[in-house]
Design a protein around this ligand. Structure first.
Ligand SMILES: [Fe+2]
Ligand SMILES: [Fe+2]
Length: 183
């Protein structure tokens, strides 16, 4: 452990993105991995130790597949030597905006649809206007930032969540985008 943060090694269940692998095959494997996603009690203890109680509630509200994904992104940053607690806290809750205002998580089927539609931006925008779950997916970065702000997270965490899906983010948001893209 280079930086004092738990590496959480060996828990990642999402498939490696093999160079040249067809996108559809990769997404199918990713979907299957999401169905099988698990988070261990030991990992939850680590997360609880890093987050504030309000951030922990954001993490807890996410379904297991998003919790698993956030842990994998966190682990990627730790493995790359990043020890900035604000970055790591942002990583652990970065997809909390996919939970709707009623606290319902986004169903996996909508992920598949939204991810597929992103390949056709015009259709994606139209679907986001017509289908609430697709809009939720499209807006989840700024929604997550708003939720983190309401949870009392520091501005650095809020800004990181707000910008990590930008086309060319900087600072912590760029690091989070890089780690997010590994999973
Ligand atoms: Fe995201
Ligand atoms: Fe993500």
């Amino acid at each position: 452990m280079r930086n004092g943060h738990q590496p959480l090694s060996g828990r990642a269940r999402r498939p490696e993105r093999a160079a040249g692998a067809p996108e559809l095959l990769y997404r199918a494997r990713q979907f299957r991995a999401a169905l099988e996603a698990r988070v261990s009690p030991e990992e939850l203890v680590v997360v609880q130790g890093l987050l504030t109680p309000a951030e922990w509630r954001l993490f807890s509200a996410m379904p297991p597949y998003d919790q698993r994904h956030c842990l994998d992104v966190y682990a990627t940053l730790v493995a790359a030597g990043h020890a900035d607690p604000l970055l790591l806290r942002a990583a652990l809750v970065h997809d909390c905006g996919k939970v709707d205002d009623d606290g319902s998580p986004m169903a996996l089927g909508w992920y598949v649809l939204a991810t597929a539609l992103k390949r056709a931006p015009g259709l994606y925008l139209l679907a986001a206007r017509l289908l609430r779950p697709v809009a939720l997916y499209a807006e989840h970065a700024w929604r997550g930032a708003r939720m983190a702000a309401a949870a009392g997270s520091p501005p650095e965490v809020v800004e990181t969540l707000r910008h990590y899906h930008d086309p060319a983010p900087s600072g912590r948001a760029a690091l989070l985008q890089w780690a997010d893209e590994q999973h």
